[in-house]
Design a protein around this ligand. Structure first.
Ligand SMILES: NC(=O)c1ccc[n+]([C@@H]2O[C@H](COP(=O)([O-])OP(=O)(O)OC[C@H]3O[C@@H](n4cnc5c(N)ncnc54)[C@H](O)[C@@H]3O)[C@@H](O)[C@H]2O)c1
Length: 415
């Protein structure tokens, strides 16, 4: 068993994403990247303790004898000499303070998406970046996923000519957004922020232009009507229900690890519960939207999004239409089809390497490698400006929905 000097990552927010997804991927790649989680701070001490046991065991299995230090505050963790990279995976409304403190420390910073729940917070992170000259890398997973990178590369090579239209369909039964802390807009910015911050980021990434306007329709579908008689949580319920945690198709596919821990499944506090009944009153998030965007260079983009509907192989697709061809990506199949004028046969790229079957279709492993490259000085695939622009589009989409489709003109854009 090795005891080795590593590039220390300090984890702030040791939940599903920070510990059980990214923490696990970092442990799996430590021999390749030389990075390891050396410190943890979570506002909930039980989560810190559980994460320490989970990760130390994982490092042990991967041949590293590691003792992870638990910190009493985010600022102690950031100041610690054993931390070289600060990784922030707290609830979204809790991103700003650790992000700003970490940027000021001069250390490398990873911040998960969405950047924040409001533009004041994301503007403060942006201003801090400008003031300190330090920058951060953001976790927009599709930026690190093979099929999306391939689509972008094909576009840049001119395979479809000049880009004219982009469409994303995302019909994913992520009813967990009603069951976890995401159910309150004040904590998550809503399901549209949590899920479609990725999609809005993809639009900006591919369009490479300033967005001029957004118009949208959407709201609450009524599929999950608040029921004051509903049990508090799945574990107290014997109803026949499609959305029961652990048993619904998305939980089955993703194997959500936090459902094994008492701090989620026994928690009284709504923010900490992972299995609140989807019908419990109090959720204030929208669950579907259609949305049109116009970019300054003439590109038009459209989003067709819901968090209900059956689990299916084509639940998320990207389509790009250019002057001489089309690109069509099916996310859960890991395929990209290229259709070109004058070619009878389409070309199909199968991007399912061995890592495709790991979290986020392999994107998280690539993200860890990109964090290492960022530590060494590379420019990140996504940073604060991308986070801010994506949130701006989420906010303006919600404004347009609230005013029944009136187009919202985008006043500021970070290039
Ligand atoms: N990039 C992706 O694809 C992706 C996927 C999942 C989640 N996320 C993002 O990761 C973040 C965390 O989500 P999650 O699913 O892990 O949630 P989670 O509830 O499982 O974990 C969040 C943890 O943060 C802790 N926390 C909350 N406030 C804190 C604070 N002020 N200081 C320290 N710890 C605090 C909570 O106690 C909890 O343990 C969110 O911003 C979410 O949108 C990104």
């Amino acid at each position: 068993m090795k005891k080795q000097e590593s590039i220390g990552i300090g984890l702030i927010g040791a939940g599903e994403r920070g510990c059980y997804i990214l923490g696990a991927r970092i442990a799996e790649l430590w021999k390749e990247t030389g990075m390891a989680i050396t410190g943890i701070y979570d506002i909930n001490p039980q989560r810190s303790r559980d994460a320490k046991v989970f990760l130390e065991n994982l490092y042990q299995k991967n041949g590293l004898d590691l003792t992870i230090q638990l910190f009493a505050s985010y600022s102690d963790l950031i100041a610690s000499g054993s931390v070289q990279i600060v990784m922030i995976t707290t609830h979204t409304d809790q991103h700003r303070i650790p992000a700003v403190t970490a940027l000021r420390s001069g250390k490398k910073v990873y911040l998960d998406k969405p950047i924040a729940v409001n533009l004041e917070d994301s503007a403060a992170i942006l201003a801090c970046e400008r003031e300190t000259g330090n920058s951060l890398i953001m976790g927009f997973t599709r930026r690190y996923e093979a099929a999306w990178r391939k689509s972008y590369a094909l576009l840049k090579e001119g395979a479809i000519g000049a880009l004219k239209m982009i469409q994303i369909r995302s019909i994913i039964p992520y009813t967990r957004y009603f069951q976890t802390w995401h159910r309150k807009s004040a904590w998550s910015g809503g399901a549209l922020n949590d899920k479609s911050s990725h999609h809005f980021d993809v639009f900006s990434w591919f369009a490479e232009s300033r967005c001029r306007s957004v118009s949208a329709a959407g709201g609450m579908s009524g599929i999950f009507p608040p029921d004051p008689q509903a049990p508090l949580r799945c574990s107290q319920c014997d109803r026949d229900c499609l959305y029961r945690r652990r048993l619904n198709p998305d939980d089955q596919q993703e194997g959500t690890q936090v459902l094994g821990y008492d701090s989620w499944i026994q928690a009284d506090d709504e923010r900490n519960r992972a299995d609140t009944c989807v019908y419990q009153p109090g959720a204030d998030i929208i669950d579907h939207a259609v949305c049109n965007l116009t970019f300054e260079n003439g590109v038009k983009a459209s989003l067709f999004w819901s968090i209900f509907g059956p689990h299916a192989a084509d639940q998320e697709t990207l389509e790009l239409v250019g002057t001489i061809g089309r690109i069509y990506l099916t996310r859960s199949e890991g395929t990209v089809r290229l259709i070109q004028w004058g070619k009878a046969e389409e070309t199909v790229f199968d991007l399912k390497g061995p890592e495709f079957f790991t979290s986020h279709y392999g994107a998280d492993l690539q993200l860890i490698r990109d964090i290492r490259a960022f530590y060494d000085g590379s420019i990140p695939a996504a940073g604060t400006k991308d986070g801010h622009n994506s949130l701006n589009l989420v906010v303006q989409t919600l404004n347009s929905i609230a005013s029944e489709g009136v187009p919202m003109h985008i006043q500021s854009w970070e290039m």
